[in-house]
Design a protein around this ligand. Sequence first.
Ligand SMILES: [Zn+2]
Length: 346
Amino acid sequence: MDKQILEERQKAINWSDYEKYGCPKCGCAISHGTGCNGGGSMPSQCFECDHKFVVLADGLRRSVIGFSEGQDEHKNDIFYYPEYEKHPREGTPKHKYVGPDLRPEYGEYYSPRGLGYDLASFVKSKEAGQRVVEMYQEVFEETEDKEKLKDLFGSTENSAWLDYRPEEPKWIQVKINYGNKRKMYALTKLISEKGNIITKEIINQALDMKWTLLNIWKYEGINIIFNMFNINTIKEVIEKAENASYSYNSIESIRNISMQNKFLYYGTFIELSKLIETYNDGFENRQALDRYKDKIICCLKLLNDYINSDSFDIGENHSDTYYSVRKNYLAEGKKVIAEMLQADFE
Ligand SMILES: [Zn+2]
């Protein structure tokens, strides 16, 4: 067997040595177990240098777990079982894991994880996280129009903090509260367009944002964002409506259709409004959805008519169930549309 293969074989050290000296190659104190842990033999991989090794219970001379190093002529795996070795770094105490403090040319790497109770984003290192918190702090101090801060971050005080856990040194996050979800979503969108890099300029851009920057569709001066990942649902809805030989081409043609058909389409509008409800979640597939833009906006106009009218004609000769289902649709639609039309779109 040549030397190359021998070098790739995993070394086995014992637990007491591992506790004192860490990774046999670099001395890092943190490794992850690689899944199986049997009979006092634990395969591990160093967090810092990715070196693979086996930790044996004290007193054990040979790994109980075997590692395949190829196959024989009968296609049976050939295993070897790492033998105990003296720790190569004996005498040199282990060191804490320190992630590389990577920085782009300008700004900081910053990968938002999506909007939950707050905006949590991964950063590359503890130092990078501290710098991002500082960056937010500077923006808060330098922004004169405090209302803008309140709108985007829900407060005029910086709430950014570094979530660093020594036991999870590769899971470093900066968390910050937000106010207007759509606006914060726009900030994360800007950051991702820059290749997951945050800068003060980007934060300021989000603070100053007028929604047209993102080419968000407008409905009578009001911006509407759709949830793009539901493109297939939208297609289905449109097809359903088209198959009912109904034209969305003009708002007049919608008004002229029979009440029964209106109810049919009303269900369609509810489907659309459900999509609108989740407008924060994504801008994917915009191109595909653009094809349906006019039709959808037409639907919205009609829905808006309903919402603004005092009476909603339910027609005659329908059962109570029909009536109540329809009332529920209307109530739900009103809620969604009210949310959609609220003034914070600017
Ligand atoms: Zn190492």
